[in-house]
Ligand binder design. Structure first.
Ligand code: ZN
Length: 328
């Protein structure tokens, strides 16, 4: 579309095209890779499905944030191959530490040793980017000295703080769906899909509205996700829903070109992502910056109503149109 526009001549089009509001933009990122298995797929099946779904959805480039210590855990078996498969499919890698420590509970020196160890593995991987994502988005909580020590250390190392702007609890929804699956409970998978998709679209719009108020423009967003079974099941539905809602899914390289990538907010309110942090600096209260669906009880209730209560009595393990095949 844009190419044919250029061919027709920009001048003519400027006259004829109604002024359209800039599109909302968002990049996808997946943390804790290689993540522990869920109850629906093996880690290999999950990766194969996720890669295929991102491809079908036309997602050019997502970010996969690696916690290298997970490679040594039982579910990390084959993890290096899965990571290479993500890269071969066009995606890129960032550092998410070796052991996933809380900065607020760890000495700076130990934290950096953990970070450096992960970087030493990552730097040899194709698709590597000089990006560090704080585990738990913990930048030291109230500890300004720690926060600043890490900011300086990242800068020394040429690493970007790979912030997110759209915080959510995708991992909790995955955990409750996986435990229901393990318990053999019947689930309404369409209800689960809609709950996952609708929650993420709502939260993206929540942070977009805050961003527009605070920045007076729409920044390139970064969606925080995890390498979950729910992502493998529903990422294509999510991308379709985002597009229908006016979002453009952009490469994560492009998202981190946004000016907010270099605006380290002068606050210790950093655990809900960069837009929330910038809003906090601008005077928003913490309560205004948290979406109601980042509450485990709210999600549990919605899961009960929309996934369990509406399930047919047939279990997922029986053959039905809602059965999940274990084939990729
Ligand atoms: Zn994490």
């Amino acid at each position: 579309m844009r190419r044919s526009v250029a061919v027709l001549g920009a001048g003519l089009l400027l006259l004829c095209t109604p002024r359209v509001e800039a599109q909302k933009r968002i990049a996808l990122s997946f943390d804790d890779v290689p993540r522990h298995a869920g109850a629906f797929f093996t880690p290999d099946q999950r990766a194969i499905r996720l890669i295929a779904a991102l491809d079908r959805a036309g997602v050019e480039q997502a970010g996969f944030f690696v916690t290298t210590g997970n490679l040594k855990k039982p579910d990390g078996d084959g993890g290096a191959d899965r990571i290479r498969a993500y890269v071969a499919a066009g995606h890129v890698l960032g550092n998410h530490s070796t052991t996933h420590p809380w900065l607020s509970r760890t000495e700076v020196e130990d934290y950096l040793e953990d970070l450096d160890q992960a970087e030493a593995w990552l730097v040899n991987q194709p698709g590597h980017r000089p990006w560090f994502r704080y585990p738990y988005l913990d930048e030291g909580r109230g500890d300004i000295a720690k926060r600043d020590a890490l900011r300086a250390a990242l800068q020394d190392r040429g690493l970007l703080n790979a912030y997110i702007t759209v915080d959510n609890y995708d991992w909790h929804l995955d955990a409750i769906a996986s435990s229901a699956q393990r318990e053999g409970k019947a689930m309404n998978l369409e209800g689960l899909r809609d709950l996952y998709v609708e929650t993420l679209v709502q939260v993206a719009n929540f942070y977009e509205a805050i961003a527009k108020d605070v920045l007076d423009r729409s920044p390139a967003h970064v969606l925080l996700l995890h390498e979950t079974d729910l992502a493998a099941l529903f990422i294509e539905d999510l991308v379709v829903a985002l597009r229908l809602d006016g979002w453009q899914v952009i490469p994560i390289d492009e998202a981190y070109q946004d000016p907010i990538a270099h605006q380290e907010p002068e606050t210790t309110y950093l655990g809900s992502g960069r837009v929330a942090a910038l809003a906090h600096v601008a005077g928003w209260s913490a309560e205004e910056l948290v979406h109601e669906r980042t509450d485990e009880e709210v999600l549990n209730q919605l899961f009960q109503e929309r996934v369990l209560a509406t399930a047919e009595t047939t279990s997922l393990s029986t053959r039905s149109s809602k059965t999940i095949s274990s084939e990729p």
